[in-house]
Design a protein around this ligand. Structure first.
Ligand code: PEP
Ligand code: MN
Length: 337
């Protein structure tokens, strides 16, 4: 921690700051310049987090040296974390594609979609059973029935399942059926939910909140890791900006920035980012080019009649073509699919 004192800080004020730091057990290094004094607090910075140094008279600014997130940071673990589910590895050279409908609608349509996305090369099936909808009058998902359909689709195709957890009370139930817990954008800062997901030890795909900074995103991942669960996949899904031409604005800088900051795999969901199926393919390819470890793409056999997010869903044929392009771009950046 570096503490910069005001130009006119008195010796008594400087002494008081030094006293406060020493009381925590940290050592102090004082650098007296012509203009002002700078104090370096040396040792475990975490010990100072409870001391509101910025409120002390004479202090101009306080700069932490350590990142506020520890367990998920690159500083903590240099090598990339590989999250494995049913033999599918996320975070290695081969990138993985998660595909499926926004929400589970019927057994038949889910199984048909699962078969098709599997044939095209998707390795994980998505489908919401509990849906976070803006309007309480919109389709809220099939709940337990939807989870049962997902389990059946897994039985038929062998694809592992990801589905969203919205309520801590559903944790046990959801975990009986899914292989990966999804935490949606709207719940990125639902700290009780993050803690519950962390306790399960199941892999968790955490989506970036609608207006979350990377720091906030990583602090949320830290909540899960703090429970002893570091099987976390981060997912950029677009953020809210002034632009209205697309549903959200896909922030592709998330991929290189997060890969620098953390050892966790980073996925991109172009479907929720753009909200229009015609824009999904170019942004999916861009995500691969920029180094994403995987993609999450919404696919529906009949988008016109989808109960949720039909406008951004690819038909299986379009998804198949996209997968071929993904393979080409992945190869160009030294990755397989
Ligand atoms: C979803 O994946 O179906 C979803 C609701 O995504 P998000 O939380 O990113 O809006
Ligand atoms: Mn959706």
């Amino acid at each position: 921690m570096i503490i910069v004192l005001k130009k006119d800080a008195t010796q008594a004020e400087i002494d008081h700051v030094v006293e406060k730091i020493k009381a925590t057990g940290l050592a102090v290094h004082i650098s007296k310049g012509k203009e002002r004094t700078i104090i370096g607090a040396i040792g475990d910075e975490a010990l100072l987090t409870q001391v509101p140094l910025e409120t002390i008279a004479g202090v101009e600014s306080v700069m932490p040296i350590m990142k506020p997130y520890t367990l998920v940071s690159r500083e903590f673990r240099k090598e990339a974390t590989v999250v494995e589910v049913c033999g599918v590895k996320m975070g290695e050279a081969a990138l993985q594609v998660i595909a499926g409908p926004c929400s589970v609608e019927s057994m038949a349509s889910l199984i048909e979609t699962a078969k098709q996305v599997k044939a095209s090369g998707a390795r994980i099936l998505r489908g919401g059973a509990f849906k976070p909808r803006t309007s309480p009058y919109d389709f809220q998902g099939l709940g337990l029935e939807g989870l049962k359909y997902l389990a059946e689709a897994k039985k038929v195709t062998g694809l592992p399942i990801i589905s969203e957890l919205m309520d801590p009370r559903d944790t046990e139930l959801l975990c009986e059926y899914v292989d990966i817990i999804q935490i949606g954008a709207r719940n990125m800062q639902n700290f009780r939910l993050l803690t519950e997901a962390g306790k399960t030890k199941k892999p968790v795909l955490l989506k970036r909140g609608l207006s979350a900074t990377f720091k906030e995103f990583l602090m949320s991942a830290e909540y899960i890791a703090a429970q002893g669960n570091d099987n976390i996949i981060l997912c950029e899904r677009g953020i809210r900006t002034f632009e209205t031409a697309t549903r959200n604005t896909l922030d592709l800088s998330a991929v290189p920035v997060l890969k620098e900051e953390t050892h966790l795999p980073v996925f991109v969901d172009p479907s929720h980012a753009v909200g229009r199926w015609a824009l999904v393919a170019p942004l999916a390819l861009a995500a691969v080019a920029v180094g994403a470890d995987g993609l999450m793409i919404e696919v529906h056999i009949d988008p016109e009649n989808a109960l949720c997010d039909g406008a951004q869903s690819l038909k299986p044929k379009k998804f198949d073509l996209l997968m071929k392009d993904i393979k080409r771009v992945a190869a160009a950046v030294g990755r397989g699919v």
